[in-house]
Design a binder for this molecule. Structure first.
Ligand code: PLP
Length: 376
């Protein structure tokens, strides 16, 4: 991927905010509980290695990723803490994962059967976290009998595996209605009844579960969205403590012009200036992860909200300015500007999605710039 280092469009990532958010969550944990930083998808768009290192400094003792390759990238950066791959993977990758000291989620016995011979041949043991499907419907054991068989396989004398952990994932820990959460707890209890000896890491909590259902954290919290300073529920439930958003998305005016009434802006003539007005163009578009749905949304220029007019192009967008501004003037798409703020939540609301998607789909084409602010 080519990164646009020579254009003034950038995601400014405040590692001090990541640090603060981890420290704050850690202060809410009980004795013996640990925090694993969830850094999948390029750390939700913030930069995999940089975030992992800031989280580690703040006291994270492990990492969670989605892909084997993300785990390998952390190892290549010199991180030696446990790394859990949250998704299930092919048994053909077992030796590779073991070679890189990656721990993997396992959701059925067949994986263990199929992976064992190659591990044995390579003389390696693979660290395994059993995934329990208590109602998420994604991966994991659903029947106590099959779970019991998996545990026996892991603990057998000839085992090619290390039974390192078990975890479950809640589908609705972020809402005021706890009925489904409680149902998942009941299912969890049923499954756990067959696991007589608990492994080293027992993890039941993502950010939302850790924030609002502390009792069900196990001894590891898989902390994702909170680390980036965003509330997992959006706006439904208020977050404990003070979350500091870690990412700002900024660009600048690359061209400024005055157009006369009736001038069309952008593909498809979806906007005609109703009067003479000032139009600014910025170098960011949908190929950067700034969705076409954002037409009509207002960006910040010198503390004033300026509407995106005309369609969002692949690499550029146009905004209506209240008056002329010099080329080079900063434009904020996410973050603070002149006493006003655009939150990732506001962008998500407008695009009819969730902030997780807004930040994690900012393309790698956008350069990341790292700062460390102690306070905000
Ligand atoms: C992504 C993910 C997390 C992190 O969730 P947040 O809501 O960002 O805290 C935790 N566990 C699993 C299994 C995940 O896939």
């Amino acid at each position: 991927m080519v990164v646009g280092r020579h254009r003034e469009t950038k995601a400014v990532v405040d590692l001090g905010a990541v640090y603060h958010n981890v420290v704050e969550e850690k202060s809410r944990l009980q004795d013996g509980q640990e925090l694993f930083a969830v850094v999948k998808a390029n750390a939700y768009g913030h930069g995999l290695v940089q975030v992992a290192q800031a989280a580690k400094q703040a006291g994270a003792t492990g990492f969670c990723v989605a892909l084997i390759d993300e785990g390998v990238a952390l190892r290549a950066a010199g991180l030696t803490e446990p790394i859990l791959i949250l998704g299930v993977n092919s048994p053909l990758e077992a030796v590779f994962m073991a070679q890189n000291d990656l721990s993997v989620a396992v959701g059925d016995v067949k994986f263990l059967q199929d992976a064992a011979p190659s591990l044995k041949q390579a003389g390696l043991k693979l660290k395994v976290h059993l995934a329990l499907d208590t109602g998420m419907g994604r991966i994991g054991f659903r029947s106590p009998a099959e779970l019991q068989l998996a545990v026996r396989t892991l603990q057998g004398t000839e085992s090619q595996f290390i039974f390192e952990g078990l975890f479950t994932h809640f589908a609705s820990a972020d809402t005021n209605d706890t009925a489904y959460f409680d149902q998942q707890i009941a299912k969890l209890d049923e499954l756990l009844a067959v696991v007589k000896q608990r492994p080293r890491y027992v993890s039941f909590a993502n950010t939302a579960t850790a924030m609002w259902h502390a009792k069900f954290s196990g001894n590891v919290v898989r902390y994702g969205i909170g680390m980036y300073g965003l509330n997992p529920s959006g706006t439904e439930v208020s977050a404990p403590g003070q979350l500091r958003p870690a990412l700002e998305l900024v660009s600048q005016l690359a061209a400024v012009k005055q157009v006369s009434a009736g001038t069309s802006i952008g593909y498809g003539q979806t906007y005609q200036a109703p009067a003479d007005e000032w139009i600014g163009t910025l170098p960011i578009g949908y190929a950067d992860g700034w969705s076409r749905r954002m037409q009509g949304f207002k960006l910040l220029v010198a503390g004033q909200f300026c509407e995106i007019v005309g369609r969002v192009c692949m690499d550029q967008i146009m905004i209506r300015l209240p008056h002329s501004f010099p080329v080079g003037t900063k434009v904020t798409l996410i973050g603070k500007n002149g006493g006003e703020e655009i939150t990732a939540q506001a962008v998500a609301d407008y695009a009819q999605t969730i902030h997780y998607e807004i930040i994690s789909t900012l393309s790698e084409r956008i350069q990341r710039v790292y700062v460390w602010n102690d306070e905000q």
